[in-house]
Design a protein around this ligand. Structure first.
Ligand SMILES: O=C1O[C@H](COP(=O)(O)O)[C@@H](O)[C@H](O)[C@H]1O
Length: 267
C-alpha cells in the first residue's frame, strides 16, 4: 500500500510526487512496475531505454524486476544501463557499484552486455571521468541517449537513485565544491567523505535534465534529510545535494517508507 503525499513543487514543467509505502516489499513491487512501465514507454517512443543506476541500497529495491512477470515481459534488449556514480576500484571489488548491480540485477536479466556501460577501471579517477563523458557523447551522437533541448545536457529516460543519510546523491556530497559543477557531464572526486575516496559522478546539470527520477529512500536513518528536503519551509542557502536535484522538465518521484518520512509534519 502506498499513500501519495504532496512534495514541494519543482521548476515550471517539472512534477514532484511523494509515495510512502508500508513496507520495503511494497516499495519494491511498485518500483518494479514504475520501471517496467517506463521501459515500455521509451522502447515504443525511442527504440531505446536509458537507465541510470546508483549504488547503495537502491539495487536491492530493484529486485522484483528479476522476477515474474517482469523477467519475461520487459524488453530487456532496449535497455542501456549507466551509473550515476562509481567508485574508482576494480569492477570485481566489493565497493564497486557495477559489481553490486551485476550481482543484484544485471546477471539475472538479459540485457545485451554491450549496452551496460561500466567505467574503465584501469584509469585514474580523472581519466575514468573523461572516458565516461566521451562514451556518453558518442551515445548522444548515435541517438541512444537523448539531448535536452532546454539545457544542452544529456536527457536520460530514468535515473533510479538513492540518497545517503547526509543527503548526498550520486557522489555529490554536502558542502563539496563538486555540487556547483555546471560545465562537465561527468566529473571526479578524490576526497569523498564516504569511503572509498576516489569516485566519478554525474553532475547536477545532467541529473536535472532527466525525464524521470525515482529517489528511493528507506529507513529512519534518512528521516532528517528527507524532512529537510520535503518540508515546506525551504531555505535557498545551505541546500543538501538531494535538494539540488530539481528537474528542468521531468517527473521526480520519491519512493519512501514510513520510517523515512517519520519526521515530516504532514505525512
Ligand atoms: O556511496 C554511495 O551512497 C549513496 C547512498 O547509498 P545508500 O546505501 O545509503 O542508499 C548511493 O546512492 C551512491 O550511488 C553510492 O555511491
Amino acid at each position: 500500500m502506498a499513500t501519495d503525499g504532496a512534495a514541494p513543487e519543482g521548476e515550471a514543467g517539472s512534477k514532484r510526487k511523494l509515495l510512502v509505502f508500508d513496507s520495503k516489499e511494497d516499495l519494491a513491487v511498485s518500483l518494479a512496475k514504475y520501471t517496467a512501465d517506463l521501459s515500455e514507454k521509451f522502447a515504443a517512443e525511442r527504440g531505446a531505454f536509458t537507465v541510470v543506476l546508483s549504488g547503495g541500497s537502491l539495487v536491492n529495491s530493484l529486485r522484483k524486476l528479476t522476477e515474474p512477470p517482469y523477467l519475461d515481459s520487459v524488453d530487456w534488449s532496449k535497455w542501456h544501463v549507466f551509473w550515476v556514480d562509481e567508485r574508482v576500484v576494480p569492477k570485481d571489488h566489493e565497493d564497486s557499484n557495477y559489481k553490486l548491480a551485476l550481482d543484484g540485477l544485471l546477471a539475472k536479466v538479459p540485457i545485451p552486455t554491450g549496452q551496460v556501460y561500466a567505467i574503465n577501471d584501469a584509469l585514474s579517477a580523472e581519466g575514468a571521468a573523461d572516458d565516461y563523458e566521451t562514451c556518453l557523447k558518442q551515445l548522444v551522437k548515435n541517438g541512444v541517449i537523448a539531448m535536452s533541448q532546454s539545457t544542452g545536457f544529456p536527457r536520460f529516460d530514468v535515473m533510479l537513485l538513492g540518497m545517503g543519510p547526509d543527503g548526498h546523491i550520486a557522489s555529490l556530497f554536502p558542502g563539496h565544491p563538486l555540487v556547483n559543477e555546471n560545465q562537465r557531464w561527468v566529473t571526479y572526486i578524490k576526497d569523498s567523505p564516504k569511503p572509498p575516496p576516489e569516485r566519478i559522478t554525474f553532475t547536477f546539470p545532467v541529473i536535472n535534465s532527466s525525464a524521470y527520477v525515482a529517489m528511493v529512500v528507506t529507513g529512519a536513518g534518512k528521516a532528517g534529510a528527507v524532512q529537510k528536503a520535503l518540508s515546506d519551509k525551504q531555505t535557498s542557502s545551505d541546500l543538501l545535494p538531494v535538494e539540488m536535484a530539481v528537474l528542468q522538465d521531468g517527473e521526480f518521484t520519491w519512493f519512501t517508507d514510513k520510517p523515512a518520512v517519520s519526521m515530516l509534519q504532514n505525512k
